[in-house]
Design a protein. Structure first.
Ligand SMILES: [Mg+2]
Length: 394
């Protein structure tokens, strides 16, 4: 079997919003500059109007007609694939995922992290999709699963209002839907001063009070804080017993993460912006992390995430993959011990638009995502939702 085509296509259609009011965005590193730190408070308007939506997919085709598909991906990822990986892949054996991933990791002098790795990762995921279809098996079965019939999904509450009363109501609603854990996103950081810090704490306390003691609650700062600010925040958060505090600072600051981790009894999570097992190792050896979150879309693909799970399990550090796309992380979760991968992340607003062009759409029921029973990833692009399709050639 040989790869005879690697194509990148963009689809356009119409999507009727999430049906939720526009809420708060998360804190970000740029917020220390007032011109980038807008209020971001949301309009209160319900986002259910019909709007244009588009998505980019990668398709790898073998000479026997078997295809592997992955997406949506970003245009920058598509560019790396088109410019650097497409020609390399043509003529190669698509089932040799280990060989191809190792070769892509060695290919470019700047290619061990960052944008280049976000191009390698979807290629690896698409090759696993192709392999699953060629063998007639879901990926988790090829990886040695299933280790369970369905995976617990935690509700990731990005996009909802962080105003305390609104957040508390929403948290209770999602607990009532059967989700057994939730993650909330802080809006404020060092650029918002003492008042912002109080607002962060008020949101966290309101959500904790709503869901009750013992319910797993996580919080995310999206790398928007400094080490000093993060240290103050984890000390303030300690009494409400977060399951983890995510990305208080960027992940390459291993020493800072270790010191924040030691400053309070609040576990630290990071990994969605960590690439490959080698960067992951530094966090583990540096005793800087309690939960890893490498994303298969970015860290080096399904192949790499499986290696990260093996590495992390030797440190007894769970891996809860970032949920940029649900399916790749779900297949890995279903192939690993529930101790190694206790949850998948489900972005309750984001997944509705990310999966818009797919059939079936995978959603948790009672807090659990059933495993796909289709061969490969289980990602089928629904032609009925596509108004226009174009090949990307850059
Ligand atoms: Mg995050």
């Amino acid at each position: 079997m040989k790869i005879d085509d690697v194509s990148l296509f963009r689809v356009e259609g119409q999507w009727r919003g999430s049906g939720h009011p526009h809420g708060s965005r998360q804190s970000q590193a740029l917020d220390v500059y007032p011109e980038f730190n807008d209020t971001g408070g949301g309009s209160g308007r319900v986002s259910d109007e019909l709007r244009a939506i588009s998505a980019i997919y990668l398709e790898i085709r073998a000479d026997d007609g078997t295809t592997g598909v992955f997406g949506p991906i970003q245009r920058s990822q598509a560019f790396v694939i088109h410019e650097h990986l497409r020609r390399f892949l043509l003529g190669r054996d698509p089932l040799a995922t280990e060989a191809l991933q190792d070769q892509m990791l060695r290919m470019n002098r700047h290619g061990r992290s960052g944008l280049f790795m976000t191009g390698v990762s979807p290629v690896d995921c698409a090759l696993w999709d192709l392999k699953g279809k060629a063998l007639g098996l879901p990926i988790f079965r090829i990886l040695g699963g299933p280790t369970r019939d369905a995976a617990p999904a935690y509700a990731s509450m990005l996009g909802f209002s962080t105003e305390p009363a609104a957040a508390a109501t929403r948290a209770l609603e999602y607990k009532g839907m059967g989700f057994t854990a939730q993650k909330w996103f802080f809006r404020n950081g060092p650029g918002d001063g003492y008042e912002g810090q109080r607002k962060n704490l008020a949101m966290a306390e309101a959500v904790r009070e709503a869901v009750g003691d013992g319910y797993p609650l996580m919080f995310d700062a999206f790398m928007g804080w400094t080490a000093q600010y993060a240290t103050e925040m984890v000390r303030l958060l300690e009494p409400i017993r977060p399951t983890w505090m995510e990305e208080p600072v960027p992940p390459e600051r291993v020493g800072e993460l270790r010191r924040i981790r030691q400053a309070a009894r609040v576990p630290i999570a990071t990994g969605e912006h960590v690439y490959t097992r080698w960067q992951t190792k530094e966090l583990l050896v540096g005793e800087a992390v309690d939960f890893l979150q490498n994303d298969p879309d970015w860290t080096g693909g399904i192949t790499e995430l499986v290696k990260v799970c093996a590495l992390a399990s030797a440190f007894d550090v769970p891996v809860v993959a970032h949920g940029h796309s649900l399916l790749a992380a779900l297949h890995v979760a279903a192939s690993q011990s529930p101790v190694t991968v206790p949850y998948v992340e489900y972005l309750v607003q984001g997944q509705e638009s990310k999966q818009h062009f797919h059939k079936p759409i995978y959603r948790p029921s009672d807090g659990m995502v059933a495993l796909p029973d289709l061969p490969g990833l289980g990602l089928v692009v629904d032609d009925d939702k596509i108004d226009r399709r174009e090949e990307l050639s850059f």
